[in-house]
Design a protein around this ligand. Sequence first.
Ligand SMILES: [Cu+2]
Length: 197
Amino acid sequence: MAMERFTRLVLLASALESLPGIVLAGEPFVPSWIKNDPTAKTVAIEIVADWNQVERFRRGNIRTDIIDFNGYWGGNLTIIVPAAWTVQLEFINGSSSFRHSLMVTRVYAQSEMPVKLTAEDAIWGAYTDPPEGIKLNERRQLNFVAKDVGNYFLACARQTHLMDGHWIYFEVRDDLKQAVAIVDESKFPQEQPPGRP
Ligand SMILES: [Cu+2]
C-alpha cells in the first residue's frame, strides 16, 4: 500500500519535472544581486558559487553535500529574464573547498543528466572558462544575449556537480519588463539556511 503511494508520488514528481516552466511557488522578486537597466535592455546578475557553504558548516559542523549558487540549488530558484536582453553575469567562486563553473544549458531531467557537462553543452556558447571550474575566490564575467525564449539551466560543469544538484533554472520570456527571481519553496527544506536576499 505504502509502496503504491510512493509510486504515485514518483510518477507525479516526474510529470511535474517534465514541465519545468511551471513553478510551484513564490512571488517574483528582484534580489540585491539582480540589477535591471530597462533602458539599455541589460541586466547585471552576480552569482556566488557555494554562497552558503560556510553557514551550513557553522550550523551542522559537518560538510553538507549541498553545493549552491547564491544559496540555491537543484532548481529551487528560477531566474527569469526578458527576451533579447543582454545578461552581464558576474560569477564568483565563494567556495572554501572546490572549483566551480557556470554554464547555460538545456533543461535535463535528473535521469538524463550527463555525468559531466562539456563546452559543447553550453547554450549560446555561454560558460565560464574552463568548464572544470575556476579556483577559490576567482571571478569571471560572462556576457550573453538571452535571444531565445525558453527554459534553461544555469549549471556547474565541474565533474558530477550537475547530477549533484549544482544547478538552478533560467528562463527567457517575452512578456517581462525586468529580470526577476522566483523561489520554489517546495524544493527548499526549511532547515536549510536561506538563499542570498
Ligand atoms: Cu559546482
